[in-house]
Design a protein around this ligand. Structure first.
Ligand code: IPD
Ligand code: CA
Ligand code: CA
Length: 261
């Protein structure tokens, strides 16, 4: 990966993250995207504008898929996949658990992932074939070998009130089989924390490409595993995700199979 892409992506993610952090305690204009639990604030759009502006200036031929504005085709065959604010519900409530995610996909494959957590000042960078770093320190997934000793995380879909396929049965099953299951409201941070060995496993039923593009590369580059719910390759366009340190992956899939059939 040419260092220009890496530098611009890092600069954009950090600038957006710092903007979000500086405005965290301001008053928010909250709107709803489709369901009463799917929030968006004016800061999602401001952070996205900043990131898309910087990437567009540096790489005008590239396409963009950004959560709030959608897709814009490019001529280069590459596209940037952006979640300008992952953890909007936390953000809207002043909870300092959120992150910015920027990924570069080329020929259908993510080659670069950048995640910035402005609250802990943590910068995660993954490059295909070159590993994952946290503030320049090389990361490796945990070595936890059993589900019983694992710390897991999950999240719930925004249509949780409208569908029975809402992850509550899966959550109950893992809660009595793992050491604990956390629910902190940022898919991007779960994936980064898994790459850092802080979490052992993570699953979620319905996500967007921007939630997983950068983080899934972080996990595989840190020695972990990312699949769909059946253990097959992740579908980046409509991700259902099981991510782990690799050692507990089969156990996670087995519980999901038992519960979901
Ligand atoms: C959401 C968060 C949440 C997850 C949702 C995501 P957003 O992203 O990552 O943890 O459970 O599925 O959509 O809307 O805050 O960018
Ligand atoms: Ca998100
Ligand atoms: Ca978002």
């Amino acid at each position: 990966m040419a260092s220009l892409e890496r530098r611009v992506a890092i600069g954009a993610a950090q600038a957006a993250g710092r903007l979000l952090r500086s405005e965290l305690h301001g008053s928010r204009r909250i709107a709803y995207k489709g369901t009463p639990t799917n929030l968006v604030t004016e800061m999602d759009a401001r952070a996205e504008e900043l990131i898309v502006g910087r990437l567009g200036d540096a790489f005008p031929e590239d396409g963009v898929l950004a959560e709030e504005r959608g897709a814009a085709a490019g001529r280069s065959g590459r596209r940037w996949i952006i979640d300008p604010l992952d953890g909007t519900t936390n953000y809207a409530h002043g909870v300092p658990i959120f992150a910015v995610s920027v990924a570069l996909e080329a020929a259908g494959r993510v080659d670069l992932g950048v995640v910035f957590d402005p609250n802990l000042d943590e910068l995660y960078v993954a490059e295909r074939g070159c590993g994952t770093t946290l503030n320049d320190r090389r990361l490796a997934v945990s070595s936890t070998a059993t589900l019983d000793a694992s710390l897991l995380a999950t999240g719930f879909p925004y249509d949780i009130r409208e569908t029975a396929d809402n992850n509550l049965r899966e959550y109950a099953a893992f809660s009595v089989r793992a050491r604990a299951v956390r629910r902190m409201g940022s898919a991007v941070l779960y994936l980064a924390w898994l790459a850092a060995g802080r979490l052992d496993g993570y699953w979620e039923l319905r996500l967007g490409p921007w939630d997983v593009a950068a983080g899934s590369l972080m996990i595989t580059e840190a020695g972990g595993q990312v699949t769909d719910l059946a253990g097959d390759a992740l579908d980046l366009d409509a991700p259902a995700v099981v991510a782990s340190n690799g050692r507990i992956h089969a156990a996670l899939l087995a519980v999901l199979k038992e519960i979901r059939g």
